[in-house]
Design a protein around this ligand. Structure first.
Ligand SMILES: Cc1ncc(COP(=O)(O)O)c(C=O)c1O
Length: 353
């Protein structure tokens, strides 16, 4: 602690991202990156940006990208907001739409950045327990609130929530904004984007880090009513007018436009997930139903921390969460290539003998 720190900084509990170890020959299954590269068309678009135009600021509104996203989903560009990773979009949503007198509600087991944003912006919040089977019970959210946010599928469980349940939640909460963080939706859950025209209180947030294989480019977006989008824009233009650089705008637009590559790589991840779940179950793991590019699994006889440590000795990195204690027995394992998942299963076989 430094005497020069503001009291806000002093009281922060920052988010701890999954590690990015710089070791050779690592099987890296800890941060839900896509094992396949970005669309070749995105890479070509990135190369096309190298040149004299880098002297100039990028388009502060990222219109080219907003148009690509709007065309992909059949919405209007005025219903689209883009940011530097969905983390930035989420941060702006907390400040612009979820900071009210009543607490914002989210699950007790969820993306651990949500309480961090509440801490940063001084937002009252309440965490509602998932059920015994790690599901979101929508009826728990029928209470006064300053907003609701959850990932679908949830993180780190991977469990999806049915669209009909989300609609019930929206109908019961017309007085506040419901944010659905669809970071992993493309791997098997139902998107709520089709509901934005009917529910002006719905904001759906996506990232290009997972299903578009562009975690390194840092691009995320939100889709919702133009009033919600305007609120996000007001925060953005009070913070950083150019959150997306020229590479991000061009590469992300090309990735969104390459629907065939996106669909093919998502299908490959889903096929590998199915095989990995079967293999893990054969080893005695209980695997929660996953609609994401990761699985959440526990072994009756072995502690999660111990298994993560022993995998690490074999250069295989998975994610383990100590808190809350209810999820301490679990490992969160990213779906890699078939080869990576076979390496994981092989190592677990050795560890479990
Ligand atoms: C549920 C959820 N939302 C948002 C993000 C942030 O993604 P990004 O900032 O890379 O777009 C993550 C990243 O792991 C996540 O798990």
């Amino acid at each position: 602690m430094s005497r020069y720190w503001s009291s806000i900084v002093h009281d922060l509990t920052p988010y701890v991202p999954g590690e990015q170890p710089k070791l050779p020959n690592l099987v890296k299954l800890n941060t839900n990156e896509n094992p396949y590269g970005p669309s070749p068309k995105a890479l070509e678009a990135l190369r096309g940006e190298v040149g004299d135009s880098l002297r100039l600021y990028p388009d502060p509104n990222s219109d080219r990208l907003k148009e690509a996203i709007a065309a992909f989903y059949g919405v209007k560009p005025a219903q689209v907001f883009v940011g530097n990773g969905s983390d930035e979009v989420l941060a702006h949503a907390f400040l612009a739409l979820l900071k009210h007198d009543e607490p914002v509600l989210f699950p007790d087991i969820t993306y651990s950045f949500y309480p961090v944003y509440c801490g940063l912006y001084g937002i009252a919040h309440r965490q509602l327990p998932l059920t015994e089977s790690f599901e979101i019970r929508v009826d728990d959210y029928f209470r006064p609130n300053g907003g609701i946010i959850f990932p679908n599928p949830n993180a780190p469980t991977g469990c999806p929530l049915a669209l009909a349940e989300i609609e019930r939640l929206l109908q019961a909460n017309t007085g506040s904004v419901v944010v659905v963080d669809e970071a992993y939706v493309d791997f098997g859950a139902e998107s709520a984007v089709g509901l934005v025209d009917r529910y002006p209180n719905l904001l759906v947030i996506h990232t290009l880090s997972k299903s578009r294989s562009l975690a390194g480019l840092r691009v995320g977006y939100a889709i919702g009513h133009p009033d919600l989008i305007e609120a996000l824009g007001r925060v953005k233009d009070s913070f950083n007018s150019y959150p997306l650089d020229r590479f991000a705008i061009a590469g992300a637009a090309a990735a969104i436009e390459d629907r065939a590559y996106f669909e093919e790589t998502c299908a490959r991840v889903v096929a590998t997930r199915t095989r990995m779940v079967t293999d893990l179950e054969a080893l005695g793991f209980e695997v929660l139903p996953s609609a994401a590019n990761f699985v959440f699994a526990r072994h009756g006889q072995h502690d999660g921390a111990e298994l993560a440590a022993r995998l690490r000795e074999r250069s295989i990195i998975v994610r383990h969460f100590k808190n809350p204690s209810r999820i301490a027995p679990f490992l969160r394992i990213t779906v890699g290539t078939d080869g990576q998942c076979e390496a994981l299963v092989g190592a677990l076989k050795e560890i479990l003998v």
